[in-house]
Design a binder for this molecule. Structure first.
Ligand code: BGC
Length: 875
């Protein structure tokens, strides 16, 4: 019994309107150093099946010119196209520091044009060549303070501060904080590249005397990174440029040079892993305001700019993204208090304190408590994660560190004057502020907690680079973790810009021979990476392309992707990846189920070659497309010959051994033609293997994120659900039953029977095993973008598949995905023997709908709009 019911068919009025105008990923970005910026918008409409038939982009020097319909910079003219994502600017060269205004008109399917008056702007940055000053430093001080006074005696039209550091900086003007960014300028491979931030400081300047103040800390440049420190240099340096344009047409530029003064203040030391020491008695009140007596301050050291690229920040800044109130406070020993925030998080504490001058309060951070209720810090290894605050004056005050971050749920307070309470500390959550785009909610509380943990794992570890963990003395851009989690990450948040930046780090680390590394930025690892880790250099750009339609991501990385595959190919001429596997981690953290390493390696080699072939096809690089297609096919053949028996048994009989050929289509005749007869055999073996472990996970990092996806694609959604809902070790829900609030590095990081795992490697905030999130979104909630789209589909990112798998164990799911073309949603609920589906597809997009209907399937290709279907559930 299947009768679809259309919820709101043909609502009256309203043609297509553009909304959410973006340039280079952002609305109205300040500081764009991309020579050809790209325009994107979403189309909205109250009508069903609305499509965009054409667009026109206009760019002008001012909003007035834009409004007057005489754009002086660029007019695309009416372009017959449904494109709304990543459209290249095609006008004259853009001027550094200049602001441009733009708008877009769109036409719907019947040729009616939009009436929206929305416009946007962007402002170009100053590029590498626009810097006029020098690096300044003060090597005798751990956290130097810099100041420079200047007079403003004319009316200001606009003022911009451009700033970066070899280290971390924070700026103030006349004592007021500039911007909301934290830990700026973040982390790049400083040997080759730095990013700078652009701030509109017009409103912070005043007529008369002004002062700019900047503080500088080691950060990733000279502080602890992984188990080492001083990787890029021994002391931090600062580079800043204040550009003031006056209304009379004149301008002035204040740059870092030896006219600045250097001194010190209350922050005595600060390090990402060690923590911060703040002594209020050594504060220099007014140091960043005009009139401060800086006669005791010195002249900074200066250094000319080097050869590094200095480019405008592309990714979202690290910012405060949430706040957590303390849930519980316990005095475990006299004067030693433990605060439980109830959530494992990344950032620091805001401390409120009232006491006599000279009192020192110490905050130590940890993810767990030991059996006796004390703070558990063994798993932090060398990271001290301790902030110390000394009151400079008596009375009530508050404190937050400036240049460190910790991964923690519990805070130990000592030295507190009096008795702290629940308002004494709160957690300030910080991370790269990538907008949330995914929401998943269902009838099972534990699964919701799993999704929560996945989301928080990403929040905690997407901090400038995608890291393995945020707490111990590691916090590195581990590539294997990043590639396995990327598909889930693309649902949770918009990570297009974040990954665009990180891919620079990945490419910067590539060896001259073409090897990607194990971690990026490339530190503390050998010059060549391992299978599945280094392959992230190929997999991540493709994953991002599929999620967001970002073709430039492919174009910019293509030569690096090819070089990597060529590197592996050169040293493995018979197509099995036997040589140069470097650190060769295998299926990291599998549970007594070690898949042969050469099998894993060869599967990734085939997959990378195949991705390069597909990338070449997207970019129109025909010869490369053929070359890598042939190579991929040869590797697939070699894989099948070496590891797979005719009956589908795979060497080693491990979960991951079956998962990889299924996930990468290794048994297929050609990429894209999935579900060969061999796939059915492989999947059957995989299911046997799972049942042999009583429906538990034994796959490690490499396999586990792909496991439920391949099961579902091959007709075993029921087995995938069973795995999802298994609560005993090893399973996704086991840590949830043990109270996890983030994803753990190991399934049994802590258990109520055995206590803690090996502290040498026991993070409680490691997103890698949360890679099942992708499957929750795609197969349980039911929304995916078109993967492996045939060439005939011009805009794969705007064609969705809506095909939830309704299985026993869940009675309802609600999912939303704020895609690059607008909000897609799918909710389902079972009612007796029927399932009700509510679906929403954005305007100018479409969806291939496939829903269970009795013994068969209901299928439809639908356009933008809302739809409700009530169908008979599968028996
Ligand atoms: C990290 C992992 C990483 C691994 C390499 C560990 O120390 O925490 O997540 O992928 O090393 O095997």
């Amino acid at each position: 019994m299947a009768l679809p019911f259309f919820a709101c068919v043909f609502l009256a009025g309203g043609s297509l309107q553009p909304d959410n105008l973006r340039v280079e990923y952002r609305a109205n970005p300040l500081g764009v150093d991309v020579a050809v910026p790209r325009f994107s918008w979403i189309d909205t409409s109250s009508e069903q099946n609305a499509v965009q038939s054409a667009y026109r982009i206009e760019v002008a020097d001012s909003q007035d010119l834009l409004n007057s319909e005489h754009p002086d910079i660029w007019d695309s003219g009416q372009v017959n196209s449904a494109d709304s994502v990543g459209i290249d600017y095609n006008g004259p060269a853009l001027m550094p520091g200049h602001r441009y205004f733009w708008k877009v008109d769109v036409w719907d399917g019947s040729g009616e044009s939009s009436t929206s008056r929305k416009f946007g702007w962007w402002e170009m940055g100053i590029g590498t060549s626009g810097w006029k000053g020098q690096w300044i430093g003060e090597p005798t001080v751990d956290v130097p303070y810099f100041r420079r006074e200047f007079a403003v005696d004319k009316r200001i039209k606009r003022a911009r501060l451009y700033a970066t550091a070899r280290g971390l900086y924070r700026a103030t003007i006349d004592g007021k904080r500039v911007g909301q960014g934290e830990l700026t300028p973040g982390w790049t491979d400083f040997k080759y590249r730095l990013e700078y931030e652009t701030y509109d400081v017009t409103g912070l300047l005043r007529r008369g005397q002004n002062a700019i103040g900047m503080r500088l800390a080691p950060g990733w440049f000279s502080g602890h990174v992984g188990p080492s420190k001083e990787i890029y240099g021994t002391k931090p340096q600062l580079l800043a440029q204040l550009q003031i344009d006056y209304t009379d047409g004149s301008s002035e530029t204040i740059v870092t040079d030896d006219s600045w003064k250097a001194g010190s203040g209350a922050i005595r030391s600060s390090d990402c892993q060690t923590g911060e020491v703040y002594d209020g008695s050594l504060d220099a009140p007014g140091w960043d305001k005009p009139g401060f007596n800086d006669s005791g301050w010195s002249q900074p050291t200066t250094q000319a700019l080097g050869n590094q690229i200095i480019a405008a920040r592309q990714s979202p800044m690290v910012e405060k993204i949430d706040e957590i109130r303390a849930k519980k406070i316990t005095e475990i020993k006299p004067g030693v208090f433990i605060v439980d925030l109830g959530q494992n998080m990344v950032g620091w504490c805001h401390l409120n304190v009232d006491g006599p001058a000279g009192t020192t309060v110490q905050l130590r951070h940890g993810e767990m408590l030991d059996n006796d209720g004390t703070l558990y810090t063994k798993n932090l290894r060398g990271a001290k994660a301790t902030d110390t605050f000394t009151l400079g004056h008596s009375g009530s005050t508050s404190y937050e560190p400036s240049f460190t971050f910790h991964g923690f749920r519990y805070v130990e307070i000592t030295g507190y004057p009096g008795t702290p309470n629940l308002n004494t500390v709160r957690g300030e959550v910080v991370g790269s502020n990538c907008p949330q785009t995914g929401w998943f909610d269902c009838s099972d509380k534990l699964v919701n907690q799993l999704q929560h943990n996945i989301f928080w794992g990403q929040r905690s570890n997407y901090l400038e680079v995608p890291t393995d963990c945020p707490q111990r003395d590691e916090r590195l851009g581990w590539m294997g973790d990043a590639e396995t989690f990327a598909p889930s990450a693309c649902f949770n948040n918009d990570i297009d810009a974040f990954m665009t930046k990180w891919m620079h780090d990945v490419d910067d680390g590539q060896s001259p021979q073409g090897a990607f590394r194990d971690v990026s930025p490339a530190v503390v690892v050998p010059p060549a990476g391992a299978p599945a880790w280094a392959d992230a250099g190929v997999i991540v750009p493709w994953t991002v392309y599929e999620a967001y339609g970002d073709k430039r991501m492919l174009a910019d990385n293509f030569s690096f992707m090819k070089k990597w595959v060529d590197y592996v190919d050169r040293s493995n001429p018979n197509h099995l990846w036997i040589n140069n596997r470097n650190n060769d981690y295998g299926d990291w953290l599998n549970v007594h189920d070690e898949t042969p390493h050469e099998l894993i390696a060869t599967a990734f080699f085939a997959n990378s070659a195949d991705i390069v072939a597909r990338t070449a096809a997207v970019l129109g690089e025909k010869a490369d497309a053929v070359h890598y297609h042939v190579l991929a096919k040869a590797i697939r053949g070699a894989f099948m010959d070496a590891f797979v028996s005719p009956d589908g048994a795979v060497k080693g009989n491990n979960q991951t051994g079956y998962i990889l050929p299924l996930a990468f289509g290794l048994a297929d005749e050609g990429a894209g033609s999935r579900h060969s007869a061999m796939d059915a055999k492989l999947a059957a073996h995989l299911v046997d293997q799972i049942h042999a472990h009583n429906d538990h996970l034994t796959a490690g990092f490499v396999g586990v994120g792909r496991l439920n996806q391949v099961l579902t694609e091959n007709g075993y959604a029921d087995v995938a659900y069973k795995l999802l809902l298994t609560k005993t070790y090893p399973s996704w829900l086991y840590p949830v039953t043990q109270g996890a609030t983030t994803i753990w590095e190991r399934w049994d990081g802590w258990t109520d029977t055995k206590g803690f795992q090996n502290p040498g490697m026991n993070s409680f905030n490691h997103y890698a095993m949360g890679s099942v999130g992708d499957w929750l979104y795609q197969q349980v909630g039911g929304i995916s973008v078109l993967h492996d789209a045939p060439a005939s589909v011009a805009r794969p990112y705007s064609r969705f598949v809506i095909a939830p798998n309704v299985e026993p164990g869940l009675s309802w799911v609600k999912e939303r995905f704020d895609s690059v073309v607008g909000m897609v949603s799918c909710s389902w609920r079972t009612e007796g023997d029927q399932t009700v589906y509510d679906i929403e597809v954005p305007a100018n997009a479409s969806a291939d709908v496939k829903l269970a209907d009795g013994n068969g399937w209901f299928t439809a290709h639908v356009g933008g709009g809302k739809y409700t279907y009530t169908l008979t559930s599968h028996a």
